[in-house]
Design a protein around this ligand. Structure first.
Ligand SMILES: *Cc1c(COP(=O)(O)O)cnc(C)c1O
Length: 359
Protein backbone atom coordinates (compact mmCIF):
# COMPACT_ATOMS: atom_id res chain seq x y z
CA UNK A 1 0.00 0.00 0.00
CA UNK A 2 1.35 3.46 -0.85
CA UNK A 3 1.81 5.71 2.16
CA UNK A 4 -0.81 8.47 1.83
CA UNK A 5 1.42 10.81 3.80
CA UNK A 6 4.49 10.26 1.64
CA UNK A 7 4.11 13.81 0.33
CA UNK A 8 5.02 15.17 3.76
CA UNK A 9 8.62 14.17 3.07
CA UNK A 10 8.65 15.26 -0.57
CA UNK A 11 10.54 18.32 -1.67
CA UNK A 12 8.43 21.14 -3.18
CA UNK A 13 9.38 20.19 -6.76
CA UNK A 14 8.02 16.69 -6.18
CA UNK A 15 4.86 18.01 -4.52
CA UNK A 16 4.27 20.32 -7.50
CA UNK A 17 4.43 17.36 -9.86
CA UNK A 18 2.96 14.50 -7.85
CA UNK A 19 0.41 15.81 -5.31
CA UNK A 20 -3.29 16.07 -6.16
CA UNK A 21 -3.29 13.08 -8.54
CA UNK A 22 -5.89 10.32 -8.75
CA UNK A 23 -4.84 7.06 -7.04
CA UNK A 24 -2.27 4.96 -8.94
CA UNK A 25 -4.67 2.24 -10.00
CA UNK A 26 -5.41 0.44 -13.26
CA UNK A 27 -7.33 2.62 -15.71
CA UNK A 28 -7.27 5.69 -13.46
CA UNK A 29 -6.33 8.79 -15.44
CA UNK A 30 -3.01 10.31 -14.34
CA UNK A 31 -4.63 13.74 -14.24
CA UNK A 32 -7.93 14.72 -12.70
CA UNK A 33 -10.35 15.40 -15.54
CA UNK A 34 -12.17 18.70 -15.90
CA UNK A 35 -15.37 17.96 -14.01
CA UNK A 36 -18.15 20.10 -15.43
CA UNK A 37 -20.95 19.85 -12.91
CA UNK A 38 -23.41 22.27 -11.37
CA UNK A 39 -25.00 19.63 -9.19
CA UNK A 40 -24.20 16.22 -7.70
CA UNK A 41 -26.20 13.27 -6.46
CA UNK A 42 -27.80 14.21 -3.15
CA UNK A 43 -26.59 13.38 0.40
CA UNK A 44 -22.86 13.36 -0.46
CA UNK A 45 -20.21 15.91 0.53
CA UNK A 46 -20.58 18.22 -2.47
CA UNK A 47 -24.33 18.50 -3.26
CA UNK A 48 -24.06 21.64 -5.41
CA UNK A 49 -21.49 23.20 -7.75
CA UNK A 50 -20.97 26.30 -5.61
CA UNK A 51 -19.80 24.18 -2.66
CA UNK A 52 -17.04 22.20 -4.32
CA UNK A 53 -15.64 20.51 -7.40
CA UNK A 54 -13.09 17.68 -7.78
CA UNK A 55 -10.98 19.75 -10.20
CA UNK A 56 -10.74 22.64 -7.72
CA UNK A 57 -9.90 20.13 -4.98
CA UNK A 58 -6.92 18.78 -6.93
CA UNK A 59 -5.50 22.30 -7.38
CA UNK A 60 -6.23 23.08 -3.72
CA UNK A 61 -4.45 19.95 -2.55
CA UNK A 62 -1.27 20.86 -4.42
CA UNK A 63 -1.14 24.54 -3.43
CA UNK A 64 -2.19 23.74 0.15
CA UNK A 65 0.61 21.19 0.45
CA UNK A 66 3.16 23.60 -1.03
CA UNK A 67 2.18 26.37 1.41
CA UNK A 68 1.67 24.06 4.39
CA UNK A 69 -2.05 24.65 4.96
CA UNK A 70 -5.56 24.15 3.61
CA UNK A 71 -6.32 25.93 0.36
CA UNK A 72 -9.47 27.44 -1.12
CA UNK A 73 -9.52 28.50 -4.78
CA UNK A 74 -11.36 31.68 -5.83
CA UNK A 75 -12.42 33.19 -9.13
CA UNK A 76 -9.52 35.69 -9.10
CA UNK A 77 -6.80 37.03 -6.84
CA UNK A 78 -8.95 40.04 -5.96
CA UNK A 79 -11.92 37.81 -5.07
CA UNK A 80 -9.58 36.09 -2.60
CA UNK A 81 -8.37 39.47 -1.29
CA UNK A 82 -11.96 40.70 -0.81
CA UNK A 83 -12.94 37.55 1.06
CA UNK A 84 -9.99 37.84 3.44
CA UNK A 85 -10.52 41.59 4.06
CA UNK A 86 -14.11 40.76 4.93
CA UNK A 87 -12.84 38.83 7.98
CA UNK A 88 -12.47 42.05 9.99
CA UNK A 89 -15.27 43.50 12.06
CA UNK A 90 -17.07 46.75 11.31
CA UNK A 91 -14.84 49.79 11.90
CA UNK A 92 -11.65 47.75 12.42
CA UNK A 93 -8.22 49.01 11.41
CA UNK A 94 -6.27 47.21 8.68
CA UNK A 95 -2.55 47.88 8.30
CA UNK A 96 -1.24 47.43 4.75
CA UNK A 97 1.76 48.43 2.63
CA UNK A 98 1.24 51.70 0.74
CA UNK A 99 2.84 49.87 -2.21
CA UNK A 100 0.74 46.71 -1.98
CA UNK A 101 -0.83 45.47 -5.20
CA UNK A 102 -2.83 48.34 -6.62
CA UNK A 103 -6.15 46.45 -6.58
CA UNK A 104 -5.69 45.59 -2.90
CA UNK A 105 -5.06 49.25 -2.02
CA UNK A 106 -8.12 50.22 -4.12
CA UNK A 107 -10.29 47.70 -2.25
CA UNK A 108 -9.10 49.13 1.07
CA UNK A 109 -9.88 52.67 -0.12
CA UNK A 110 -13.33 51.57 -1.29
CA UNK A 111 -14.11 49.84 2.03
CA UNK A 112 -12.83 52.88 3.94
CA UNK A 113 -14.94 55.29 1.87
CA UNK A 114 -18.02 53.28 2.80
CA UNK A 115 -17.18 53.36 6.52
CA UNK A 116 -16.47 49.65 6.62
CA UNK A 117 -12.91 49.88 8.00
CA UNK A 118 -9.93 52.18 8.52
CA UNK A 119 -6.93 51.54 6.30
CA UNK A 120 -3.54 52.44 7.75
CA UNK A 121 -1.01 52.40 4.90
CA UNK A 122 2.64 51.98 5.88
CA UNK A 123 6.12 51.78 4.40
CA UNK A 124 6.51 48.03 4.72
CA UNK A 125 10.33 48.24 4.83
CA UNK A 126 10.15 50.29 8.06
CA UNK A 127 9.70 47.32 10.37
CA UNK A 128 9.53 49.38 13.57
CA UNK A 129 6.83 51.66 12.17
CA UNK A 130 4.82 48.66 10.94
CA UNK A 131 5.16 46.95 14.33
CA UNK A 132 3.93 50.13 16.07
CA UNK A 133 0.99 50.35 13.65
CA UNK A 134 -0.02 46.79 14.62
CA UNK A 135 -1.04 48.04 18.08
CA UNK A 136 -4.59 48.98 17.09
CA UNK A 137 -5.00 46.73 14.05
CA UNK A 138 -7.36 43.78 13.59
CA UNK A 139 -5.55 42.63 10.46
CA UNK A 140 -2.04 43.22 9.16
CA UNK A 141 -1.73 42.79 5.41
CA UNK A 142 1.74 42.13 4.04
CA UNK A 143 3.01 41.73 0.54
CA UNK A 144 6.65 40.83 0.04
CA UNK A 145 8.15 41.59 -2.41
CA UNK A 146 5.70 44.43 -3.14
CA UNK A 147 4.33 45.05 -6.61
CA UNK A 148 6.00 46.88 -8.39
CA UNK A 149 8.44 48.54 -5.94
CA UNK A 150 9.93 45.14 -4.95
CA UNK A 151 10.28 46.09 -1.28
CA UNK A 152 10.85 43.31 1.24
CA UNK A 153 8.99 43.03 4.57
CA UNK A 154 10.43 41.36 7.65
CA UNK A 155 7.51 38.96 7.90
CA UNK A 156 8.58 37.12 11.07
CA UNK A 157 9.19 40.25 13.15
CA UNK A 158 5.99 41.94 11.98
CA UNK A 159 3.92 38.78 12.49
CA UNK A 160 5.07 38.42 16.07
CA UNK A 161 4.27 42.11 16.79
CA UNK A 162 0.83 41.64 15.22
CA UNK A 163 0.12 38.50 17.23
CA UNK A 164 1.08 40.30 20.45
CA UNK A 165 -1.94 42.54 19.85
CA UNK A 166 -4.20 39.77 18.54
CA UNK A 167 -4.23 40.83 14.88
CA UNK A 168 -4.43 38.42 11.96
CA UNK A 169 -1.44 38.39 9.63
CA UNK A 170 -2.06 37.92 5.92
CA UNK A 171 0.68 37.66 3.29
CA UNK A 172 0.09 38.09 -0.42
CA UNK A 173 2.64 35.57 -1.70
CA UNK A 174 1.99 36.02 -5.41
CA UNK A 175 5.49 37.27 -6.29
CA UNK A 176 7.57 34.84 -4.23
CA UNK A 177 5.36 31.73 -4.67
CA UNK A 178 5.64 28.93 -2.04
CA UNK A 179 8.86 27.84 -3.74
CA UNK A 180 10.69 30.95 -2.52
CA UNK A 181 8.75 31.89 0.64
CA UNK A 182 6.32 29.99 2.87
CA UNK A 183 4.61 32.64 5.01
CA UNK A 184 2.66 30.16 7.17
CA UNK A 185 6.00 28.90 8.51
CA UNK A 186 7.02 32.54 9.21
CA UNK A 187 4.05 33.36 11.43
CA UNK A 188 1.36 34.34 8.92
CA UNK A 189 -2.22 33.15 9.52
CA UNK A 190 -3.34 33.39 5.92
CA UNK A 191 -1.61 33.38 2.54
CA UNK A 192 -3.25 34.92 -0.52
CA UNK A 193 -2.36 34.26 -4.16
CA UNK A 194 -3.21 35.63 -7.52
CA UNK A 195 -2.88 32.23 -9.22
CA UNK A 196 -3.34 34.19 -12.45
CA UNK A 197 0.41 34.89 -12.25
CA UNK A 198 3.22 32.38 -11.60
CA UNK A 199 1.04 29.46 -10.49
CA UNK A 200 -0.89 29.36 -13.79
CA UNK A 201 2.06 30.83 -15.61
CA UNK A 202 0.86 30.96 -19.22
CA UNK A 203 -1.22 34.13 -19.41
CA UNK A 204 -4.41 32.21 -20.12
CA UNK A 205 -6.37 31.90 -16.87
CA UNK A 206 -7.56 33.97 -13.91
CA UNK A 207 -7.72 32.37 -10.48
CA UNK A 208 -7.12 33.25 -6.85
CA UNK A 209 -6.39 31.26 -3.73
CA UNK A 210 -6.32 31.53 0.06
CA UNK A 211 -4.33 29.14 2.25
CA UNK A 212 -4.48 28.83 6.04
CA UNK A 213 -3.43 26.25 8.59
CA UNK A 214 -6.09 27.50 11.05
CA UNK A 215 -9.12 25.20 10.70
CA UNK A 216 -11.51 27.76 12.18
CA UNK A 217 -10.38 30.44 9.72
CA UNK A 218 -10.64 27.89 6.92
CA UNK A 219 -14.25 27.16 7.87
CA UNK A 220 -15.13 30.87 7.95
CA UNK A 221 -13.48 31.51 4.57
CA UNK A 222 -15.10 28.43 3.01
CA UNK A 223 -18.45 29.61 4.36
CA UNK A 224 -17.92 33.03 2.76
CA UNK A 225 -17.02 31.43 -0.57
CA UNK A 226 -20.10 29.19 -0.46
CA UNK A 227 -22.30 32.17 0.34
CA UNK A 228 -20.89 34.84 -1.96
CA UNK A 229 -20.08 32.50 -4.84
CA UNK A 230 -16.65 33.87 -5.83
CA UNK A 231 -15.80 30.38 -7.06
CA UNK A 232 -13.27 29.41 -9.73
CA UNK A 233 -14.24 28.22 -13.17
CA UNK A 234 -13.47 24.52 -13.54
CA UNK A 235 -11.36 25.01 -16.66
CA UNK A 236 -9.38 27.76 -14.93
CA UNK A 237 -8.68 25.53 -11.92
CA UNK A 238 -7.51 22.79 -14.26
CA UNK A 239 -5.24 25.19 -16.20
CA UNK A 240 -3.78 26.50 -12.94
CA UNK A 241 -3.12 22.95 -11.74
CA UNK A 242 -1.43 22.16 -15.04
CA UNK A 243 0.65 25.32 -14.59
CA UNK A 244 1.73 24.38 -11.06
CA UNK A 245 3.14 21.08 -12.39
CA UNK A 246 6.04 23.04 -13.96
CA UNK A 247 6.22 25.94 -11.50
CA UNK A 248 9.66 25.01 -10.16
CA UNK A 249 11.17 24.62 -13.62
CA UNK A 250 9.65 27.85 -14.93
CA UNK A 251 10.58 29.83 -11.82
CA UNK A 252 14.19 28.61 -11.81
CA UNK A 253 14.61 29.66 -15.43
CA UNK A 254 12.79 33.00 -15.05
CA UNK A 255 14.88 33.73 -11.96
CA UNK A 256 18.22 33.01 -13.58
CA UNK A 257 17.17 35.12 -16.59
CA UNK A 258 16.02 37.95 -14.30
CA UNK A 259 19.23 37.88 -12.27
CA UNK A 260 21.34 38.04 -15.41
CA UNK A 261 19.30 40.83 -17.03
CA UNK A 262 19.26 42.87 -13.80
CA UNK A 263 23.06 42.68 -13.71
CA UNK A 264 23.45 43.66 -17.37
CA UNK A 265 20.97 46.56 -17.09
CA UNK A 266 22.93 48.01 -14.15
CA UNK A 267 25.67 48.92 -16.60
CA UNK A 268 23.41 50.53 -19.21
CA UNK A 269 23.49 54.35 -19.42
CA UNK A 270 19.72 54.60 -20.14
CA UNK A 271 18.89 52.85 -16.85
CA UNK A 272 18.99 55.04 -13.74
CA UNK A 273 18.11 52.36 -11.21
CA UNK A 274 17.61 48.59 -11.15
CA UNK A 275 15.53 46.94 -8.43
CA UNK A 276 15.84 43.20 -8.02
CA UNK A 277 15.24 41.52 -4.65
CA UNK A 278 17.64 38.66 -5.42
CA UNK A 279 15.01 36.02 -6.22
CA UNK A 280 12.00 35.59 -8.49
CA UNK A 281 11.41 36.73 -12.05
CA UNK A 282 10.37 40.37 -11.59
CA UNK A 283 12.78 43.24 -12.12
CA UNK A 284 11.91 46.95 -11.94
CA UNK A 285 14.00 49.59 -13.68
CA UNK A 286 13.76 53.36 -13.50
CA UNK A 287 14.70 54.94 -16.81
CA UNK A 288 17.17 57.82 -16.60
CA UNK A 289 15.03 59.65 -19.17
CA UNK A 290 11.84 59.36 -17.06
CA UNK A 291 8.32 58.62 -18.32
CA UNK A 292 8.98 59.55 -21.97
CA UNK A 293 11.95 57.19 -22.16
CA UNK A 294 9.90 54.43 -20.48
CA UNK A 295 7.03 54.90 -22.94
CA UNK A 296 9.47 54.76 -25.84
CA UNK A 297 11.16 51.63 -24.47
CA UNK A 298 7.95 49.60 -24.32
CA UNK A 299 7.17 50.49 -27.96
CA UNK A 300 10.60 49.54 -29.29
CA UNK A 301 10.91 45.77 -28.81
CA UNK A 302 9.85 42.78 -30.88
CA UNK A 303 10.23 39.93 -28.34
CA UNK A 304 9.24 41.68 -25.11
CA UNK A 305 5.47 42.27 -25.08
CA UNK A 306 4.01 45.52 -23.77
CA UNK A 307 1.35 44.18 -21.42
CA UNK A 308 0.27 44.26 -17.79
CA UNK A 309 0.21 41.22 -15.50
CA UNK A 310 3.23 39.02 -14.84
CA UNK A 311 4.52 35.56 -14.09
CA UNK A 312 4.01 33.99 -17.52
CA UNK A 313 6.46 32.03 -19.66
CA UNK A 314 6.59 35.04 -22.01
CA UNK A 315 8.49 38.20 -21.08
CA UNK A 316 6.30 41.28 -20.63
CA UNK A 317 6.86 44.81 -19.39
CA UNK A 318 4.99 48.04 -18.74
CA UNK A 319 5.41 51.50 -17.29
CA UNK A 320 3.37 51.22 -14.12
CA UNK A 321 2.42 54.89 -13.81
CA UNK A 322 0.45 54.61 -17.05
CA UNK A 323 -2.29 53.45 -14.63
CA UNK A 324 -3.96 56.47 -13.01
CA UNK A 325 -4.48 54.50 -9.79
CA UNK A 326 -0.74 53.81 -9.33
CA UNK A 327 0.57 55.80 -6.33
CA UNK A 328 2.66 58.90 -7.03
CA UNK A 329 5.42 57.43 -4.84
CA UNK A 330 6.18 54.95 -7.65
CA UNK A 331 8.65 56.72 -10.00
CA UNK A 332 7.10 58.00 -13.24
CA UNK A 333 9.78 56.27 -15.30
CA UNK A 334 9.55 52.87 -13.55
CA UNK A 335 9.11 49.91 -15.88
CA UNK A 336 8.23 46.56 -14.35
CA UNK A 337 9.69 43.62 -16.25
CA UNK A 338 8.21 40.16 -15.88
CA UNK A 339 11.05 38.01 -17.13
CA UNK A 340 9.96 34.83 -18.88
CA UNK A 341 11.70 31.60 -19.76
CA UNK A 342 13.04 32.49 -23.23
CA UNK A 343 16.74 32.41 -24.06
CA UNK A 344 18.40 35.14 -21.98
CA UNK A 345 20.59 36.39 -24.83
CA UNK A 346 17.58 36.82 -27.12
CA UNK A 347 15.87 38.80 -24.36
CA UNK A 348 18.96 40.94 -23.85
CA UNK A 349 19.49 41.59 -27.58
CA UNK A 350 15.91 42.84 -27.92
CA UNK A 351 16.05 44.91 -24.73
CA UNK A 352 19.44 46.43 -25.32
CA UNK A 353 18.68 47.64 -28.86
CA UNK A 354 15.62 49.43 -27.40
CA UNK A 355 17.63 50.86 -24.47
CA UNK A 356 20.43 51.99 -26.82
CA UNK A 357 17.96 54.23 -28.68
CA UNK A 358 17.35 56.14 -25.46
CA UNK A 359 20.95 57.26 -24.92
C1 LIG B 1 -2.40 40.37 -9.87
C2 LIG B 1 -2.24 40.47 -8.40
C3 LIG B 1 -3.35 40.40 -7.55
C4 LIG B 1 -4.78 40.32 -8.08
O1 LIG B 1 -5.03 39.12 -8.70
P1 LIG B 1 -6.09 38.92 -9.93
O2 LIG B 1 -5.95 37.48 -10.21
O3 LIG B 1 -5.63 39.84 -11.02
O4 LIG B 1 -7.43 39.31 -9.40
C5 LIG B 1 -3.13 40.44 -6.18
N1 LIG B 1 -1.89 40.55 -5.68
C6 LIG B 1 -0.79 40.63 -6.46
C7 LIG B 1 0.55 40.76 -5.84
C8 LIG B 1 -0.93 40.60 -7.85
O5 LIG B 1 0.16 40.69 -8.63
Amino acid sequence: MPDPRAHETWSPATVAVAAGRPPHEPDQPLNHPITMASTYGATGELEYGRYGNPTWSAFEEVLGTLEGGHCLAFSSGLAAVATVLDLVGQGATVVAPRHAYNGTVMQLADLESRGRLTAHLVDVTDTEAVARACADAALVWLESPTNPALEIAEIETIASAAHDTGAYVVVDNTFATPLRQRPLTMGADVVVHSATKYLSGHGDAMLGAVVTSDSQLYAVLKGRRDLVGAIPGTLEAWLALRGVRTLHVRLDRAESNARELAERMRHHAAVGEVRYPGFGGIVAIVLAGGADAADQLVRSTSLWVHATSLGGVESTFERRRRWKSEPATIPDGLVRLSVGVEDVDDLWTDLTQALDRLT
